[in-house]
Write a protein that binds this ligand. Structure first.
Ligand SMILES: [Zn+2]
Length: 344
């Protein structure tokens, strides 16, 4: 089975996007508060079929671990109440999609984070999504301020109540920033990659995983700059008298394959053990076009794993399937519940 652990709902019907615009406008003028978006199943199908579903079928991937559009989480927009309302609507929409296409998608939830508000604020929504909607993971934003990095690092006790709940629920987090309101950063080009790299460096300098030996994080977008600079990070850890990275982090930290070219995947798979890599494409998302050098979509990441001469067949199976089942403890049961089977 080919499990794509990183997909977002980026093919929303226009009414859904319009609702969010009105919701934000109503934050400063409550007379403009919009009614919840009225969207039919057909309107959802109409946008999803020629996008994520088409690419899943064409590329021969079986199921996508699917969450709301990350750049639209907008934790820095409005206040905690607005974040909670928007998050609930987004998570309910993912649940609806999973019900419409149970063979294609498994849900992961957005969290109602807000700058300056303690993360335990997210626990009720996390529990609702896991227990009622079948979410197998959550997206955790290390920078709810949207590019200004005002929160304590992910390793600070500030985050611990949320981690305690994640451990009890057996829920891993994908470290995922949202859109940036800092004009110095491009959302998907630099802010995302910064978030990934920063989270890894935070983990390296802390004893978080001594406190939470079973807590798991997926660092997406190929782990940001981490695999390319693996020597730098190993060296920094050594200078700091930290344990070797493998021992320190690789029981808890995983990387996805959202690196959009073969040389990038080759670099990653040479330095990161196959046990710590999860297949992902993040389609339809950051990069939508076709690579003129290969004639294939940049985000058709299955090609880079299939085409790897570095990975063994056993490694490829780990990356496509078994690592995801290990990192997302609720996944196997959810696959069975939704009747998902490998296509080939
Ligand atoms: Zn993403």
């Amino acid at each position: 089975m080919i499990i794509d652990c990183h997909g977002h709902y980026t093919s929303e019907p226009p009414a859904f996007i319009e609702f969010r615009k009105q919701q934000i406008a109503a934050f400063t003028d409550s007379s403009k508060a919009p009614a919840p978006p009225q969207i039919s199943d057909d309107q959802i199908r109409e946008k999803l079929e020629p996008a994520q579903l088409k690419f899943q079928r064409e590329r021969g991937t079986d199921v996508t671990i699917f969450s709301p559009r990350a750049s639209a989480m907008g934790h820095h927009v409005g206040d905690a109440k607005l974040s909670a309302e928007w998050t609930r609507i987004c998570n309910d929409m993912i649940h609806r999609i999973v019900n419409l296409y149970p063979k294609n998608f498994i849900g992961v939830c957005q969290l109602p984070q807000t700058p300056g508000v303690p993360p335990e604020n997210c626990i009720p929504e996390l529990e609702r999504c896991v227990k009622e909607l079948g979410s197998v993971g959550c997206n955790l934003n290390p920078d709810p301020s949207g590019g200004y990095w005002k929160e304590p690092p992910l390793t600070d006790k500030w985050w611990y109540p949320l981690y305690e709940k994640m451990v009890v629920l057996e829920i891993p987090a994908m470290v995922h920033v949202t859109g940036t309101c800092n004009p110095a950063f491009h959302t998907t080009g630099s802010h995302y990659i910064n978030g990934d790299t920063t989270a890894f460096m935070q983990f390296l300098t802390s004893d978080l995983f001594k406190d939470f030996p079973t807590l798991k994080f997926v660092i997406p977008h190929g782990g940001g700059a981490v695999p390319y600079h693996w020597g730098r990070y190993r060296g920094i850890a050594q200078d700091m008298k930290r344990p070797p990275l493998k021992e320190l982090l690789l029981h808890n930290v995983y990387f996805d394959t959202c690196v959009y070219h073969q040389p990038g995947i080759d670099c990653m798979t040479k330095v990161i053990p196959a046990d710590n890599i999860l297949f992902a494409s993040e389609m339809v998302g950051a990069v939508k076009g076709i690579d003129p050098e290969t004639g294939h979509y940049f985000d058709d990441t299955r090609r880079y794993i299939d085409g790897s001469t570095i990975l063994s067949a056993e490694d490829k199976k780990k990356i496509f399937e078994t690592n995801a089942l290990k990192v997302y403890p609720r996944l196997a049961k959810q696959i069975q519940k939704q009747g998902i089977a490998a296509s080939a």
